[in-house]
Write a protein that binds this ligand. Structure first.
Ligand code: ZN
Length: 445
């Protein structure tokens, strides 16, 4: 079966299910969304008896009980999905090894070409298609039906499937190049491959992060220059005040896929750009947009991309050291029965992914904490740059549509890659309490 035939078969199998998901989502969406307009509650108004706890609780009290229940259920369900994703991946890699599927795919690749680079690519394409097929039920549930059920998705099944195929193709090309390069290293440098592998992987990922906004994102969304000076003027003014060399503000049509609000600052030097998504523009108050932009500028000014890459490098070095040990240990035991001829044999790839899945599953809380720490720093920068604590509180509530508002401390440590909504509102109200004269003077004028 050709790949194209496979996709058509997939579409035919699942398309009839799609309309059911849509009508189900339409039923109670409005009741469970966070309120679009969030006013400043009396407890959060500037006064000489301003109380941080009371102001925080008053903001939280604006969330309807149905919206909170739904958001908690969505986010807590995500904990289980981490486990299910992990288990399904482990089983798929094990099947590939145990039943000689990987060795067969390698034989096909060897048969088709004399060149190692092409052989590795051919293997990689087969590997991705096999995984795509076996993980399809979970992917469709997780990314399509579940997102619709919670009112977070806007796409019908056809365009959704189209995006999945595009992602698969990007993965085939970019992933294929990385895989072929890494195997070349493993074959040429059998003693030190894990060191060079870590370096090449980090450089490759850093490169990917930098080109993605220009070359990858436009494959999925339309990015246009924003021409409304009412929106762009305050943002560009804030950028200038913070030493950010941005001349334009861009808009991305994220509503094509979801209802989530977000924004980002990407690139560097002349490619530096500020992008807001249309959900934020449509639903956010001007104060809220300013807070979000201040937050994004914080990421830029505090060099979070470079810090992330450095952190990634440390993790990757540790991973490759573990990988070398894990591969040698496993191949000594099972290599012959899986028909894998050592680390330079591309058929070893499912074992690499098996070990990687274990490693990154265990590392989940550490990776989340690194990201959450940066996000917290960006929050504080955003408060200082925008001076919009109430806009920040409104934003925290809107983001609560897909993130639990008030988790326990251990829960937040393990699962949260951003501070929880409650934390964010509390810090915003703390900031307001420490800068009350700013708002008291304002109301006196
Ligand atoms: Zn952020």
């Amino acid at each position: 079966m050709t790949f194209r035939a496979f996709l058509v078969a997939l579409a035919v199998t699942f398309l009839p299910l799609a309309p059911a998901a849509r009508s189900q989502a339409a039923v109670d969406l409005s009741k469970s969304q966070m309120p679009s307009v969030i006013s400043v509650p009396p407890e959060a108004q500037p006064s000489d008896h301003f109380d941080v706890e009371a102001a925080t609780n008053a903001y939280l009290a604006q969330i309807p009980a149905s919206a909170r229940t739904r958001s908690d259920a969505y986010f807590e369900g995500g904990y289980w999905l981490i486990l299910w994703d992990f288990l399904v991946a482990i089983v798929i890699y094990w099947i590939l090894l145990r039943f000689g599927v990987s060795a067969k795919m390698r034989d096909v690749a060897l048969h088709l070409s004399r060149f190692a680079f092409i052989q590795d690519l051919v293997y990689w394409v087969q590997f991705l298609i096999f995984i795509a097929i076996l993980s399809t039920p979970l992917t469709i549930y997780e990314d399509y039906f579940r997102e619709h059920k919670y009112g977070l998705a806007t796409q019908t099944f056809g365009p959704w499937l189209g995006d999945q195929v595009k992602m698969l193709l990007v993965n085939m090309i970019l992933g294929g190049i990385l895989v072929a390069v890494l195997f070349r290293i493993a074959r040429r440098l059998p003693r030190t491959w894990h060191i060079w592998g870590a370096v090449v992987t980090t450089v490759f990922l850093a490169f990917g992060v930098m080109i993605a906004p220009v070359f990858i994102f436009p494959l999925f969304n339309k990015i246009t220059r924003l021409d409304d000076p009412k929106v762009t003027q305050p943002i560009l003014s804030m950028a200038r005040a913070n030493g950010i060399p941005a001349h334009d503000v861009f808009q991305i049509d994220a509503s094509r896929q979801s209802t989530r609000m977000s924004a980002n600052v990407s690139g560097f030097g002349n490619t530096m750009r500020i992008t807001l998504n249309d959900n934020l523009l449509r639903r956010g108050s001007p104060e809220e947009i300013e807070c979000v932009m201040g937050h994004e500028m914080g990421h830029y000014v505090l060099h979070h991309i470079y810090k992330d890459i450095l952190f990634l490098f440390v993790v990757t070095v540790a991973f490759f050291a573990y990988l070398r040990w894990g591969l040698e240990w496993s191949l000594a035991r099972w290599g012959p029965s899986w028909r894998i001829n050592g680390i330079g044999d591309v058929a070893v790839l499912p074992l690499v992914f098996y070990l990687a899945t274990l490693f990154f599953f265990v590392l989940t809380p550490i990776l989340n904490t690194e990201t959450r720490t940066n996000e917290h720093e960006a929050d504080m920068y955003g408060l200082n740059a925008s001076r919009q604590p109430d806009g920040c509180a409104q934003g925290a509530i809107h983001l609560g549509e897909y993130r639990k508002m008030s988790p326990g401390p251990v829960e937040e440590f393990i699962f949260f890659d951003h501070p929880s909504g409650r934390q964010r509102i509390h810090r915003a109200m703390q900031w307001k309490a420490e800068n009350l004269q700013l708002f008291l003077n304002q109301s006196a004028h």
